[in-house]
Design a protein around this ligand. Structure first.
Ligand code: AMP
Ligand code: GLY
Length: 431
């Protein structure tokens, strides 16, 4: 076995709790630190709650002081702020792309430029920095039309407008911010999948694909959120479609970034629309999806430390990827009010009971109150994750675990995995 590592994980969401849980299971993890973390992550790691994770110098100083061998960056904000660059410059191994490569997530207009250069199939689009020109363009184009903020918006800056009034309202809201840049796109039709590819600057290794449930409401209704649940594997993303997406979307993008002198090291997350003309790119993110990461970690059988170190050190070519059989489902429990202003402070109980039959309760917006009791402190609060022989069984196990959780302001969708559950019922695949 290769050397055991001391690892620093940055982030505080359900994604990072799932990563912490998996990292801590590895015989190669000597010590795990996390910043700022949350009470769930604190079950596996020494927390550094006051370390500013977007401050590269502070992260490097912490890593030096604690003899950290590998820094793992969960969310996009530190990546965009150049924390991976600061670590690399200090000679510390880091899982996560440079700020230059992270522009793929930070700027939709930049991504479109890369897509043009690389010939990646994506929606037709125009970028605007002026409101009236944007409105004139929308009015002249067929509906529905997609209106997006150019910068980071935690998955919530997108409106799929079915009327011109709705498009105008979205544009008015975005242009109310001084200096706003807005992208207007053709609306693509199909089912969405979240594709994840590990990359070390030259080699690339696709992971299982997942499906997210972005809308707040059952039946995929209501406003977009960061994600209300996910499942994997996504059977509609066949090996043929994966090979097609690798060849026409991922490989040309990675080659273009490399040719520009900004190679990508980390996990590239492609949101794909499976259209009648094949997979098309909706957007790139430069990190694991949340909650997709929770289902990927539930199914990953390989050692996560090996994989992340291989990305960081440019040795992914020799990495081995193994998955557990079956499927995983994660259901997000959010606080009343999400994706607007969530109600915080409700007490949470029942986690040990929910985990008694093998489900995992990953924590996101949680905190300990003065009495040491776990309370809700954010929009997405818990991600209840379970596995089973098929999606139908994994979803049943996740919902059985939720029954054990008591949390007054909880809202969650009861239909996570519905696309796949319908496919399993239709094909008689249900285990
Ligand atoms: P994004 O933040 O770009 O991932 O967009 C959030 C969600 O909006 C996506 O997951 C899609 O459901 C939807 N969306 C974004 N762009 C398009 C598009 N061009 N066509 C159809 N739906 C889109
Ligand atoms: N679940 C989608 C995202 O992480 O952006």
């Amino acid at each position: 076995m290769a050397k055991a590592l001391s690892i620093l994980l940055l982030g505080s969401g359900g994604r990072e709790h799932a990563l912490a849980d998996k990292l801590a299971q590895s015989p190669r993890c000597r010590a795990l630190h996390a910043a700022p973390g949350n009470p769930g992550i604190g079950r596996h790691a020494t927390l550094a709650p006051t370390l500013s994770i977007t401050d590269g110098e502070a992260v490097v100083a912490y890593a030096r002081a604690h003899a950290i061998d590998l820094v793992v960056i969960g969310p996009e904000a530190p990546l965009v702020a150049g924390v991976a660059d600061a670590c690399r410059a200090a000679g510390i191994l880091v899982f996560g792309p440079s700020a230059a490569a992270a522009r793929l997530e930070a700027s939709k207009a930049y991504t479109k430029q890369i897509c043009d250069e690389a010939g990646v199939p994506t929606a037709q689009y125009r970028s605007f920095s002026e409101r009236n020109a944007a409105i004139a363009y929308c009015d002249a184009h067929p509906l529905p039309v997609v209106v997006k903020a150019d910068g980071l918006a935690a998955g919530k800056g997108v409106t799929v407008a079915t009327t011109h009034t709705e498009a105008r309202a979205a544009l008015d809201e975005l242009f109310a911010v001084p200096g706003a840049c807005v992208v207007i796109e053709e609306c693509m039709v199909g089912e969405e999948v979240s594709m994840f590819v590990l990359a070390d600057g030259s080699a690339a290794l696709p992971l299982l694909a997942a499906q997210d449930h972005k809308r707040i409401g059952e039946g995929d209704t209501g406003p977009n959120t960061g994600g209300m649940g996910a499942y994997a594997p996504a059977s509609l993303f066949t090996a043929t479609l994966q090979a097609d997406a690798m060849a026409r979307i991922i490989a040309p993008t990675l080659e273009t970034l490399q040719a520009r002198g900004t190679p990508f090291q980390g996990v590239l997350f492609a949101g794909l629309m499976l259209t009648r003309d094949g997979p098309k790119l909706i957007e790139y993110n430069v990190r694991f999806g949340d909650p997709e990461c929770q289902v990927l970690m539930a199914l990953l059988d390989s050692d996560l430390v090996d994989l992340l170190e291989a990305c960081a050190s440019g040795t992914l070519g020799s990495a081995v990827l193994r998955w557990k059989p079956g499927a995983a489902v994660t259901v997000v429990i959010a606080a009343e009010g999400y994706p607007g202003t969530p109600r915080t402070g409700a007490r949470i109980a029942g986690i040990p009971e929910a985990e008694a039959d093998g489900a995992k309760v990953f924590q996101a917006g949680t905190a300990c109150d003065a009495a040491g009791q776990l309370v809700a402190s954010g929009g997405r609060v818990l991600a209840i994750t379970a596995t089973g022989p098929c999606v139908t069984a994994a979803a049943a196990a996740a919902y059985a675990a939720i029954e054990k959780i008591s949390f007054a302001d909880a809202i969650f969708r009861r239909d996570i995995g519905h696309h796949e559950i319908a496919r399993e019922a239709a094909s008689g695949d249900r285990a």
